[in-house]
Design a protein around this ligand. Sequence first.
Ligand code: R5P
Length: 284
Amino acid sequence: MIIVGGSSSYELAEELADCMGVGCIRASTKRFPDGECYTRIECDTIDDHVVVVQNTYPDGDLVEMLLIQDAIKSLGAKTVACVIPYFGYARQDRLFNPGEPESAKVMARMLEMNTDHVVTVDLHKQDTLRWFSCPAVDVKAAPAIGEFFSDHEVDIVLSPDIGARSRAEEVGKIMGVDSDHLQKTRLSGMDVRIAPANVDVGGKNVLIVDDMISTGGTIVAASNELKKVGAERVYVACTHGLFVQDALQRMACVDEVVCCNTVMSEVSRISVAPLVAKALKETQ
Ligand code: R5P
């Protein structure tokens, strides 16, 4: 087996290769002056099973993934598995209004064209896996998040909404602490309202876990609400830290924000490589 890292995920690809004891090639990717993507896997043939590691967000990274898949097939790879650390467009997973596309389905259908097997990490909705006709598994980052926070004296783990409750439960179980959820209403793309917590957080250290942080609006509202009702410390962990615009600065009210290395940023301190390696080994 050989790992090929796309430009969004070179570090993760290398770490994954270390975990699996196999070699790693970096795809040489650049942009033409007009923005189009050029990529090359610098070898003559690949007589092996290949695992590509590359995000499908933002759009440029999706195009790079499609081009890498084709290049690997041309080199003669026996099979191609795609590790998609952050699968873009997963939030538009159904029709909310007539005339909309099912974006997650569109992405899955495109990506499976040159793929024998897909591994994602903390998909927004598990349901999305059904759009792949090849074998597809979603790796849960909760064990890595729970382990990272095990030295933080966390009293309770909360999700910002009921949809993410099972993630909070899983992290809480690993840490041996209680878990619950808050109630979120989205007001606009940037702002959300969090209802007063049903759970008593007075004097407690709270860990909020979510699958992703985009504008930071959810976390700011949740943290403000928790501090208002007496939480001592508010830690935040997410799998995918997109941190659009000034999201990290916006979250200055939080005591600590960390995310996984599915999307790289200054706070990508939790590695999912061992969990992804395990999932790949189980499917061999
Ligand atoms: C929504 O359902 C997701 O799980 C996240 O809570 C959301 O995408 C976070 O977005 P933002 O950081 O913009 O509030």
